[in-house]
Design a protein around this ligand. Sequence first.
Ligand SMILES: Cc1ncc(COP(=O)(O)O)c(C=O)c1O
Length: 363
Amino acid sequence: MTRRIDLSVNVPPLDQAAAALSAAMAGLAADPTDCRRLADYGELGGSESLRESISRWLAVVRPDQSDQAADWVVCDGALGALFLVLKQQLEPGDPVLLESPGYPALKDIARALQLKALPVSVDRDGMLPESLAAAAAGSGARCVVMVPSLQNPTGANYSASRRRELAQVCRAQGIVVVEDDVYAGLDVDDANEMPSMHSLLPDQCVYVGGASKALMPGLRVAWIRPLPGQREALLERLWPRGLGMPQPGHALFSRLVAADHAFSLLIDCREELAKRNRLANQILGERMWPAASPWCPHRWWPGSPEASAQRHAQAAAGGIVLPAPDAFTLRPARDQGLRLCLGAAADLAELESALTELARLPD
Ligand SMILES: Cc1ncc(COP(=O)(O)O)c(C=O)c1O
């Protein structure tokens, strides 16, 4: 049989998660009160106890965002959260500023909401303040989406000084930041050392977080910290879809946090990703951008459009599935490359086999 290894979807290594989930599901099934609640529609925006569980999780992975749980709106994954926030902030025809290269689904969301997606450049320290200032001034855009921690696809962390410079540009030009922080927990050793964009711009930043990357995506739990005073407006946009949030996934998240299993899973996830990054560094070395942390789940091999297309085709012929190199760019002549999702391989041996195949591709 021909080998096929899919490194295209950004998931954490899931073996340990599956075991913890199995135990949490057994506990949930044995609790009639919880089951009665799960048989119903959920509370719009998430229950108080769910928001408290999120606060406990954030106290570990992003302490400067762990307060004010009453203000949050709970959503069905960060993807649903980003869709909702952009729908609330912008009208069809409005420009929105996105990282290029950046997270491909944001282009899809912009298309679905009929927004004009405009590129802002990034380097190894994150989004470039001068590129943001110029793109906003040239278009009149008043909203930018940033992934400041373990940017997707480059695996860069915006440096602390870069975050401050960006905050200054946003303040000066009245730009609202949507901070997509799905990789919290995997980005820095000491979560107190890196200010979130929200902590630098509390009145001008919508914070979006979720449990998909450091825990597991199947729970479909994510949260939004709206702009001050905008919770009700956001809930209005969410209704009635918000009643239909994935109750079992959200209840399991609370159980995993309450039993501290969520935190041991985070440690397991980091350990496994550290091994996978060491392997990737040994096999592909400097062809990839360096990872900003040892636990970065994705790595970026940039290249010209032609070279990237050729590598992508050869990888596919060798049974390695990767996203199309132009999936990440908003200007096809540049910002292309291969993104390798290290967590997606079944185990280290499978990852080694895929990386060895990729190492044969032309430099
Ligand atoms: C930057 C970024 N934001 C959001 C998401 C979506 O996360 P979720 O699975 O919680 O919808 C992803 C998933 O790859 C991502 O990389």
